[in-house]
Every structure is written in structure tokens, then in C-alpha cells.
Design a protein around this ligand. Sequence first.
Ligand code: NCD
Length: 319
Amino acid sequence: MRHLLSVRDLTRDDAVGILDIAEDMAAVATRAVPKLPTLRGRTVANLFFEDSTRTRLSFESAAKRLSADVITFTAKGSSVSKGESLKDTAQTVAAMGVDAVVMRHHASGAARTLADGGWIDAAVVNAGDGTHEHPTQALLDAYTMRKTIHGDSARGRDLDGLRVTIVGDVLHSRVARSNAWLLTTLGASVHLVAPGTLLPPGVAGWPVTAGTDLDAAIADRPDAIMMLRIQSERMQDAFFPNEREYAREWGLTEARLTRLPADTMVMHPGPMNRGLEISSAAADSARSVVLDQVANGVSIRMAVLYLVLGAGRHSGESA
Ligand code: NCD
């Protein structure tokens, strides 16, 4: 695998292969010294043009567990135009001799622009580009679902037959986009629930069903329910009347939680707006796998860095 830009570049076998390597990486974490020498001498640059806590820390810790050198750059926003800033960044990074670039950027398509720009020779991993994609988030979500259901016999499996409901600010969510495509590639069926104003106009072209009624979706007894953060920073207009109204219609309240099957996984990519899209009762319940998602994120990112820099990189494999 040369880069990881979009989950749409992954076949079922590619995706299952990444999840399986992440299983091996998770085993490393339980050792007395949770480190592998695999990427010794390689340098990973984390370029975060947009706010992030868990994704940045997760990639850093993944690279360090593989013994890579890590340099991290964070900048909120940029006054430079998109093309210029990416080219400058790429050239700076190339001059430092970086082997992989993990990039989060506010512009949709930025990771692919960097990969295809011809400015650097490094592997590019998309850590979130605008409202477009967040491939490692979808991979860690798929991993969490597979692990929660199959435990120690997860290896080799896909998500055939799994029913996943994704709820909330789909319009602005790269997490929803990446999950819609990856989960269906893995055999799951995905249903989206959102206020009409927060369903993207193009959703008819996605491999999902969509509706506006959360109570009806809950009555359908999904295997997993993924609550999305309301992305106020991406909203110039009012997309719903007010927060109370949103929580009442589309929030995972305590009352809704009690109507879900006892084994439905409650998921959220973080950061959570408690009391808005998710109640504390749901976030902290026994059904919540929110912290498993965070822990599994490190294993997934180790697997991805290993594939773009390690075995797959020079052997001509496409993982
Ligand atoms: C997500 C993101 O940045 O797209 N968060 C994350 O990666 N932990 C989701 C979000 O910000 O709502």
C-alpha cells in the first residue's frame, strides 16, 4: 500500500488484511516493552492543519511503538491559499527527508493533492480532509465492531450481516462518509439518521439507506449505533432550531438507550458533546465502546504505518 487516502481505494480483502495486522499490533501493546523495531530509522511527519487531540496523539503513539522518529506540526487554519500551503509544506517536508506524512487538513481532497502533487516521495496517510474522508477512523470503527462481536476469533472475518445506524451531523462528517463506504465494503448494512438539513444532497449516491426518524431506527434494533458530533465549527447557518430540540429528536438520550437491545454497541468518534448528540448515560454505559475505539485506533494506525512504510512499501504489493 503506497498511501491511504480514501477507504474507497480498499477492497474487502485489503480492509480485512489491515484489521488482521492491527490484531497483531494490539498484541504488542500488552508486552512489557510495547515496542517493535520495524520502523527504526524512518521518519513520520504529523501535519495537523486542523484541531485534533486523539487522532494526533494516536498517530504519534502508533509511530513511536514502531520505533519511528516522529515530528509533529500543528497549525490552526492557514491564510495561505490551499495549493500554495500544501506545496510549501510538501517541499519543507521533502527537504527534511521524511518517509511518511500523516496529514489532517480543512480542505477536502488535500491528502490526495499532496500525494499526487509530485512534490514529495513520501507515503501520505489521510488523517481527515475537510468533510471528505477519515479512513483510519472508519478502520478503527470496523475493527472495534469486529472485535466486540468475535473477540479472539475476529481474525480473517468481515462484517457480513452487521446492521449499523449512524446518527447526526452527516452533512459535515468525514467519519460518516468513510464509514458508509468501508462498512458496506466489509458486508455491513448502513442506515443514516439525521435532520433533513443535515443529510447531504448526494446521499442517494452512497451505499446506504437514510431517514430522519431516530426512534424508528432504534426500533429496528441495530447491532451498532454511531453518534456523530455536531460540527458547529463547520456550520455557517442554523441547521436545527436549538440544542434542546436537537437532543430531543436526534440525541441518544437515556430513554432511547433503554430501548436499544442490551448488546447494541454505542459508538462515538469523539470529541463528544455530552447532552447534545449523546447523553452521559449512553456515553458511560456498559454498551459504550467509545474508549475501545480510542485504544483500537493506535493498533489500526500502527498497521497502516507498517503497510505504507514497511512490508508493502517496496515489494510492489498493494496491501
Ligand atoms: C472526528 C474528526 O475529526 O473527523 N474526530 C476524530 O477524528 N477523533 C470526528 C469529529 O471531530 O467530530
